[in-house]
Design a protein around this ligand. Structure first.
Ligand SMILES: Nc1ncnc2c1ncn2[C@@H]1O[C@H](COP(=O)(O)OP(=O)(O)OP(=O)(O)O)[C@@H](O)[C@H]1O
Ligand SMILES: [Mg+2]
Length: 316
């Protein structure tokens, strides 16, 4: 549905977007993740025909964002970082105005207005002035204007920024409910948001893509090794020596816990074979008491830090 191929945007010497390529399948939610200044908004503005690219191409539903901008705009709903809401207008007045400029047929406008208000749950707010709405409700009106012409594709730039935790939850659920019928790209620098909402993630840093994968694969692959946390009784030195002899164990770090003879162990093992059973059995057979045993996973946050800081080092 969306194909981005070696997209580049230069501002003088700065490459705000640097040969970015990715694809989004129909019905998918793609998370666009990156630190401040990574190039998220710039990419989104190119995809929504607000900004020309310096090089490369982007296509939406087969139409080029530069050559067929009208066709692309018809199919895209865009929630910008700062939605252009007119404070002095009522919600209905504003949404009718957007429907008109987005080319919704006059006979369909009333129905669409009703439908989007239901979708974003602002049915009772039509007559309110936009300036009297809370931030969360303004964001919903922003989403409503992105949806009014019933686009297949939604581009949402930091849709939950500035909202309170309840509103964040509601907006996330709303976005999830829109997937399937819509293809969605959403940008964020909130990591849990990505694991909760998106099927796939593009991580961008300094204008370049540093990873494209599912949140699960990202946390798995970036580790290079599997890690296990274990607590056992017995002398930590003895347990550690025992662990180091087990096939598939790469390294062991031990730490005594409190006064008694209980220690914790962080065991690094090969990724290609699952050695958890072997380790657990061997510890017990070695005469030690196994008190806790679990796999450790890097959080998406750790993966993100690794990927985006590696990139900084490389580009210096
Ligand atoms: N009009 C412009 N002129 C010059 N530089 C710009 C312009 N717009 C953006 N930039 C620069 O391009 C880079 C990417 O900016 P962009 O707004 O795309 O980042 P972002 O990932 O959306 O960041 P944030 O998380 O802060 O919203 C930044 O270094 C920014 O300063
Ligand atoms: Mg931005």
């Amino acid at each position: 549905m969306i194909e981005v191929d070696r997209l580049t945007k230069r501002y003088g010497n700065l490459k705000a977007v640097d040969e970015v390529s990715f694809q989004v399948e129909k019905g998918e939610i793609l998370g666009f993740l990156g630190p401040n200044g990574a190039g998220k908004t710039t990419t989104m503005r190119i995809l929504t025909c607000f900004l020309p690219a310096t090089e490369g191409t982007a296509r939406v539903a087969g139409y080029d964002v530069f050559e067929d901008a009208m066709e692309v705009k018809r199919r895209i709903g865009y929630l910008p970082e700062h939605p252009p809401l007119y404070d002095e207008m009522t919600v209905d007045g504003y949404l009718k105005f957007v429907a008109r400029i987005k080319g919704v047929a006059p006979e369909d406008r009333k129905r669409r207005l009703q439908e989007v208000k239901e979708t974003v749950r602002i049915e009772g707010y039509g007559r309110k002035l936009i300036k009297h709405l809370s931030k969360g409700f303004k964001q919903r009106v922003g989403l409503a204007q992105a949806l009014i012409h019933d686009p297949e594709v939604l581009i949402l730039d930091e849709p939950t920024v500035g909202l309170d935790p309840n509103q964040i939850k509601e907006v996330r659920e709303l976005i999830k409910s829109l997937s399937g019928n819509h293809t969605i790209i959403l940008s964020t620098h909130i990591l849990p948001e990505v694991s909760m909402t998106c099927q796939r993630v593009v991580i961008i840093s300094d204008g370049k893509i540093v990873a494209v994968d599912t949140p699960e694969n990202l946390t798995r692959q970036q580790q290079g090794a599997a890690h296990i946390y274990m607590e056992a009784s017995g002398s930590d030195v003895a347990v550690q020596r025992h662990l180091q002899q087990i096939e598939g164990v790469l390294s062991v770090v031990s730490r005594p816990l409190g006064e008694g003879e209980v220690s914790s162990f962080r065991i690094e093992t090969e990724l290609k074979q699952d050695v958890r059973g072997r380790i657990a059995r061997s510890v017990i057979e070695g005469g030690f008491e196994l008190l806790e045993f679990r796999s450790l996973q890097l959080s998406l946050e750790e993966v993100f830090t690794q990927l985006t800081t590696q990139e900084e080092v490389r580009s210096q």
